[in-house]
Ligand binder design. Structure first.
Ligand code: ZN
Length: 449
């Protein structure tokens, strides 16, 4: 058993002072407030529950910064996707393990204690299944184990190149499955999961799956989460309208029984009606504001959606920059830039933007990744601490701690991260950082040689 004492901690019911937390076999077994520290307590300043990163393609971390050069006057998401397809063409399972491991280490250092890997790179470089159909999933799992991050594995079903069952492009050959092959992949992947992993499925998008295939694969989730990319790009919305007369989110709401099991990733381009219906459905909108800005996707109507009671979570998606606070900051700033206003996403009960967004992302992230959350008895011992001696916290009271961290901290101010009761990040550095970073450098240098 380990005991930790915090000057302040964000508990499910709100901020509390002098909090002692007891950890036992990976979970929180006791929480006392107003406690006097004991000599053998590990002492820290400010404790926050770990966030879930609900949308990630870990391998894309290996190409971060390689597509920020102007290639042609109309560069957009689709030209970025061509670069991404060329990058992934040669990746081996060992490369995937090395790149994901660094991405996961960086996530832990930024305050994420769980990641939902939207895993679509299944086949070898020629587009054939590996002898072990879940070879690539195994590489992702190995990376999660090495980093200590909690894993929600979401094998992706990908069969087509566009709406209506269009044939796939050659750059998509490493993603492809038919329904039977996907069922096998799901079955084998499940056998490899670590003890506290969660598991769901991810039909890639309505571009990659037909209505019949979607209906056929949904039972494979077996009660786990179902994630799908939707309405990230206007070209996608227009193609959906041409195919079905309905927009992607509209089609899903009308045809796919969207409820709290679902996470619609991006959901950027919504009509007011779609926005309100999605908010009422119980599904989580999986927002990736840093990637969405990087790819020029558009702006999610977060003000309207949150006002309607919608659930959100955040994801690092392309991993162009892994930064939990940065995702929350970019979400708020996108609304301000659109409307020329300030302080958009606070609420009457939680006026602090940082605290509101953190709490929403915490709850939505847990729902979308099927994981427990919060510094509370019975929950996984997943939390992180902020270094209160950083000048950014000078004179801080609890009403501004999260705003200071999210909007104003220049240097990383997370000093410790615990996952399943183990301290994986100490003094701001992940305990496996050196080994993982060295291997990553070797792998990426070879890929780019
Ligand atoms: Zn994605």
């Amino acid at each position: 058993m380990t005991t930790l004492w915090f000057e302040r901690a964000l508990l499910p019911e709100g901020w509390a002072d002098s909090v002692r937390v007891t950890l036992d076999t990976g979970r929180i077994s006791a929480v006392e407030t107003g406690a006097t520290p004991r000599p053998d307590d590990g002492r820290h300043a400010i404790a926050l529950p770990g966030l879930a990163n609900l949308h990630c393609h870990g391998f894309q971390r290996g190409m971060a910064g390689l597509s920020e050069t102007r290639g042609r006057p109309d560069d957009d998401f689709w030209s970025w996707r061509e670069i991404m397809y060329r990058f992934l063409d040669r990746l081996t399972p060992e490369d995937i393990a090395a790149i994901n491991a660094l991405a996961f280490v960086e996530m832990m250092e930024s305050g994420f204690t769980r990641v939902a890997e939207f895993h679509y790179l299944h086949n070898d470089a020629d587009g054939r299944r590996y002898a072990d159909p879940a070879e690539m999933a195994g590489a992702v799992i190995a990376a999660a184990n090495e980093s200590g991050i909690g894993l929600t594995l979401l094998p992706v079903f990908y069969a087509h190149g566009d709406f209506g069952g269009a044939p796939p492009a050659s750059g998509q050959r490493r993603f492809l499955s038919d329904v039977d092959g996907f069922a096998t992949l799901v079955e084998v992947s499940r056998t490899k999961l670590p003890a506290d992993a969660a598991f769901g499925i991810a039909p890639h998008s309505l571009r990659a799956v037909t209505a019949e295939e979607l209906a056929a694969i949904l039972p494979l989730a077996e009660g786990g989460p179902i994630h799908i990319h939707a309405a990230e790009q206007m070209r996608e919305v227009e193609a959906s309208l041409a195919w079905s007369g309905q927009r992607p989110v509209e089609w899903l709401l009308n045809n796919a029984d969207i409820d709290a099991r679902w996470c619609l990733v991006h959901a950027t381009h919504l009509t007011d009606d779609e926005c309100d219906r999605l908010a009422a459905s119980g599904a989580v909108a999986g927002l990736c504001p840093v990637t969405e800005a990087n790819l020029g996707d558009g702006i999610f109507p977060a003000d309207r959606y949150l006002a309607a009671g919608g659930a959100i979570g955040i994801g690092t998606d392309s991993n162009i920059l892994i930064d939990a606070a940065g995702e929350l900051r970019a979400l708020e700033y996108s609304q301000r830039l659109r409307d020329c206003r300030r302080a958009m996403l606070g609420s009457e009960t939680t006026p602090s933007i940082g605290e509101r967004l953190f709490r929403e992302a915490l709850a939505g992230g847990a729902r979308a990744t099927h994981a427990g959350t919060g510094i509370a008895v019975g929950q996984p011992a997943d939390f992180f601490t902020l270094a209160a001696d950083d000048p950014i916290f000078a004179g801080a009271d609890q009403r501004t701690i999260l705003d200071r961290w999210i909007f104003a901290a220049r240097t990383p101010v997370i000093d410790g991260v615990w996952r399943a009761g183990r301290e994986w990040v100490a003094g701001g550095r992940h305990i496996a950082r050196d080994v993982v970073a060295a291997r990553y450098c070797t792998v990426v240098e070879a890929l780019l040689a």
